[in-house]
Design a protein around this ligand. Structure first.
Ligand SMILES: [Zn+2]
Length: 272
């Protein structure tokens, strides 16, 4: 039975990955997510079921449309692959299954979508981040109330307050960073989307975690930026998709939050 449920989870990951890949292309164009069915962007040929199997069709068709032979972007495969991996990871670390489904649909799916939308198109749509803030309150409450595993779980009021302070801390911090950046450089470094994403992450994890997630995102973003400058792929003025780093750091925190925070606090202690 264990193997069978794992297969279902892999299929769920592939399915959600396929949806995410489609959404990353269609949302920036303002197209509907539900119709028409998946088609080749080049020749408009509607994909039959065997041309539309996540992860597999891409490899089987040699990364080309079967009709017009135009190439299919590798990013679909990356999106489908990472969604499948994260889904399996969430299933293996979050139990019972209701907890897994909650985090999968309320957090991982929108967060992966935001990571790739910001990376590819530098957008973090309100249509995802604003409901995302509400989902953050709901998930944080359900997590603390039913899944925390502590003998005396926090009351609903305290849990909602944790999310509220998290959302305010996340939003206000990024607002200040954006304002200081704009004041010192004279142009926008971060947009309103980043601020709402910060509030969303704060609602999911509370105010203590949100600063730690910002810290991870800043470090990884800075290292990535420096590597790109050294490799001469970027100039100093190239804008990094900070939302992608924020989203990735939040996903990392879901899986490795406790040990990462321990290590971070340990390093702080060493320098005191
Ligand atoms: Zn085609």
């Amino acid at each position: 039975m264990e193997i069978l449920s794992l297969i279902y989870v892999i299929l769920l990951g592939m399915l959600l990955g396929s949806f995410t890949g489609l959404a990353v292309v269609r949302i920036p164009l303002g197209e509907s997510l539900w119709a028409p069915r998946s088609h080749c962007r080049h020749c408009k040929h509607t994909l039959s079921w065997y041309e539309n199997i996540p992860l597999i069709s891409y490899l089987a068709l040699g990364a080309r449309c079967r009709h017009c032979k135009s190439s299919i972007g590798f990013r679909y495969w990356i999106i489908e692959g990472s969604m499948t991996l994260l889904t399996v990871g969430a299933y293996l670390t979050l139990s019972p299954w209701t907890r897994f489904i909650l985090w999968e649909l309320a957090f991982i799916l929108p967060m992966v979508l935001l990571v790739f939308l910001d990376w590819k198109k530098k957008i973090l749509p309100d249509a995802i981040t604003l409901p995302g803030i509400a989902l953050g309150f709901l998930t944080h409450w359900a997590e603390g109330r039913y899944f925390s595993g502590t003998p005396w779980p926090l009351g609903s009021g305290s849990l909602i307050l944790e999310s509220l302070w998290g959302a305010v801390a996340g939003g206000v911090t990024l607002y200040l960073v954006a304002a200081i950046y704009q004041w010192s450089r004279g142009h926008m470094g971060m947009g309103g989307g980043d601020i709402k994403l910060g509030a969303m992450i704060g609602a999911f994890f509370g105010w203590k975690a949100v600063f730690f997630i910002f810290f991870i995102a800043s470090v990884t973003g800075t290292v990535y930026g420096l590597i790109m400058i050294l490799m001469k792929r970027h100039s100093r003025s190239t804008q990094l998709p900070f939302g992608s780093f924020l989203g990735a750091a939040a996903i990392l925190y879901l899986f490795y939050g406790a040990p990462l925070l321990q290590a971070y606090l340990g390093i702080l202690k060493m320098y005191r």
